[in-house]
Write a protein that binds this ligand. Structure first.
Ligand code: GDP
Ligand code: GDP
Length: 436
C-alpha cells in the first residue's frame, strides 16, 4: 500500500528545504533542455520503520500574481484529491499573508488530513510569533526549522500517525504480476489501456479494492494473466487541470508504487523531457521494473537507422541505468502492443530472478580475478564471497576485507558483470559491499 503526502504552500516559505530535510536529499535533477536545475519533486522517507512518499509541488514558473494564486489553488486541489495527507507550510517570519488565507480556506473544507507546519522557527524566541497561525482555523500546528532541523522529529511522528500502514489483504490478485502504464498527459496511456481492454471486454474484472480509489483491472488474455493499475484517467475526475505536471506525477506515484513493472510511455515526437525524467525517477526510487515504450512511432519519419539512434539517445538520458527494453509502439495502429506486454512479463521474471550462490561465486570470482578492485594506499582488497539477498528486487552482497575502499565505479563493474552473465534486463540491481 502506498502512502503519499503532498507539500503545499506559497513560494519561499521553505517547501523545498523541508522536502530535502525529510527525504535527506540534496540532489536535484538537471533539466538538460533548458539548462536549469530543478528540485526533485518526489522522495521516499523511512521513519521508525514506516515508509511513505513525499511530493513537493516543485518549482513552477508563472509571471503574474493572479496566475500565481490560481496555480497554487490548483496545486492544493490536486493535493487534496491525490495525496493521503497534506503538509501546509507557512513562514513565521512573514506571518499570515493573503495567499496563506486563501490556501487555508480550501484546506478547512477538506476531509483529508492536513498538517499545518510553521517553518523558519529557528529559535525559541520565534515560537511566540507562531501563535498567530491559530487564526488560520486549522487547529494545532508544528513549529519547525527546515534549515536547522529542529522540530522535524515531532513532525515526522505526526505524519506517520496520520497515515494508515495496515496492509491490503485483498487477495488472490496479489500473486499476479502488477503493471502500471505511466507517462505524461496525452502520450497514449488511455489508448493503450483501451487497446488491452478493447478486444475482449468480458475478460476484464474491475477490482475496486482500496479506500483510495486506485483501480486494479485483471487481464487474462493473449496467454498473459496480469493486473493493471489504472492511472490512465479512464475514470478521469474532471475537477482539476490534467496538464499540470504535479497532477500527473502524483497519479503516477500511486500506480508505480503498487506495480512490479512500469510501462513508461514516451512521446516519440518529443523525446525524453523533464516530466518523463521525474516519472522515471519515481520508478527508480521504488526499484521497479521498467519497459520504455516510444509511442506514436507512426508519426516519425524513419529510415533504417532511426530506431537505433533513437534508442541510443533514450538510454543516454536514463544512464547509468541502461539495461531495459525499448519498444517502438503505435497504439493507434496497434503496432507492437503485444510485444510491450511480452517485455513487461519478461522484466517481471527478471526482477524475481535468483542466482544460486555456487554459480554466482563461480562466475563472479572469475570476473574479479580478471579485474580486481584497485588497491588503496598499498592495501590489497579482496572480495571473498558473494551472495544474492532474499529481497523483492535483485540485491547482491559482496563480502570483502576492506569494504570501505570499494567505490562506485567498481560496483558498477560488478553490476555490469552480473548483467552480462544473467538476464536482469529492465530490473534494477543493488550492490552491497560488506565486511568479512
Ligand atoms: P519554497 O519556495 O517554499 O520551496 O522555499 P525554499 O525551500 O526555496 O526556501 C525559501 C527560502 O527560505 C530559502 O532562502 C531558504 O534558505 C529559506 N529557508 C527555508 N527554510 C528555512 C528555515 O527553517 N529557516 C530560515 N531562516 N530560512 C529558511
Ligand atoms: P493519455 O493522456 O496518456 O491517456 O493519452 P490518450 O490515450 O488520451 O491519447 C492522447 C491522444 O494521442 C489521443 O488523441 C490518441 O488518439 C493519440 N494517440 C495515442 N496513441 C497514439 C499513437 O500511437 N499514434 C498517434 N498518432 N496518436 C496516438
Amino acid at each position: 500500500m502506498s502512502n503519499i503526502i503532498a507539500i503545499v504552500g506559497r513560494p519561499n516559505v521553505g517547501k523545498s528545504t523541508l522536502f530535502n530535510r525529510l527525504t535527506e536529499s540534496r540532489d536535484a535533477i538537471v533539466n538538460e533542455e533548458s539548462g536549469v536545475t530543478r528540485d526533485r519533486q518526489y522522495g521516499k522517507v523511512t521513519w521508525n520503520g514506516k515508509d511513505f512518499s513525499v511530493a513537493d509541488t516543485g518549482g513552477y514558473v508563472v509571471n503574474s500574481e493572479d496566475v500565481f494564486e490560481d496555480e497554487i489553488r490548483k496545486q492544493v486541489l490536486i493535493a487534496i484529491e491525490e495525496a493521503d495527507a497534506i503538509l501546509f507550510v507557512v513562514d513565521v517570519t512573514t506571518g499570515i499573508t493573503d495567499m496563506d488565507e486563501a490556501v487555508a480556506n480550501i484546506l478547512r473544507r477538506t476531509e483529508k488530513k492536513v498538517i499545518l507546519v510553521v517553518n523558519k522557527v529557528d529559535n525559541t524566541n520565534l515560537q511566540n510569533d507562531a501563535f498567530e497561525f491559530y487564526n488560520l482555523g486549522l487547529g494545532d500546528f508544528y513549529n519547525i526549522s527546515s534549515a536547522n532541523g529542529s522540530g522535524t522529529g515531532d513532525l515526522l511522528d505526526a505524519i506517520t500517525n496520520s497515515l494508515d500502514f495496515t496492509e491490503d489483504e485483498n487477495d488472490e490478485l496479489s500473486n499476479l504480476p502488477h503493471f502500471a502504464i505511466v507517462g505524461r498527459p496525452n502520450v497514449g496511456k488511455s489508448s493503450l489501456t483501451n487497446a488491452f481492454i478493447g478486444e475482449d471486454r468480458n475478460i476484464v474484472t474491475d477490482v475496486a479494492g482500496t479506500t483510495r480509489d486506485a483501480i486494479d483491472t485483471r487481464f487474462n488474455k493473449f496467454g498473459f494473466d496480469f493486473v493493471l493499475t489504472d492511472t490512465a484517467g479512464l475514470r478521469k475526475k474532471a475537477k482539476v487541470n490534467e496538464d499540470l505536471e504535479f497532477y500527473s506525477t502524483l497519479r503516477s506515484v500511486r500506480a508505480i508504487e503498487s506495480a512490479d513493472v512500469c510501462l513508461l510511455l514516451i512521446d516519440a515526437e518529443r523525446g525524453v523531457e523533464q516530466q518523463d525524467m521525474s516519472i522515471f525517477n519515481v520508478i527508480s526510487k521504488n526499484k521497479k521494473g521498467l519497459v520504455v515504450c516510444i509511442n506514436k512511432w507512426d508519426l516519425i519519419e524513419k529510415d533504417n537507422k532511426t530506431a537505433k539512434e533513437y534508442e541510443e539517445k533514450v538510454r543516454q538520458r536514463f544512464a547509468p541505468f541502461v539495461d531495459f527494453p525499448i519498444i517502438f509502439t503505435s497504439v493507434l495502429n496497434k503496432q507492437r502492443i503485444h510485444k510491450a506486454l511480452e517485455a513487461a512479463m519478461e522484466v517481471y521474471e527478471n526482477r524475481k530472478r535468483q542466482i544460486t550462490t555456487s554459480k554466482l561465486n563461480e562466475v563472479m570470482q572469475e570476473a574479479i580475478d580478471r579485474n580486481g578492485p584497485p588497491s588503496v594506499k598499498g592495501k590489497y582488497i579482496k572480495i571473498k564471497y558473494i551472495t544474492q539477498l532474499k529481497t523483492a528486487t535483485p540485491a547482491f552482497a559482496f563480502f570483502a576485507n576492506l569494504p570501505q575502499y570499494i567505490k562506485e565505479p567498481y560496483k558498477r563493474y560488478l553490476e555490469n558483470q552480473i548483467r552480462k552473465n544473467w538476464n536482469f534486463t529492465g530490473s534494477p540491481i543493488q550492490i552491497f559491499i560488506r565486511k568479512k
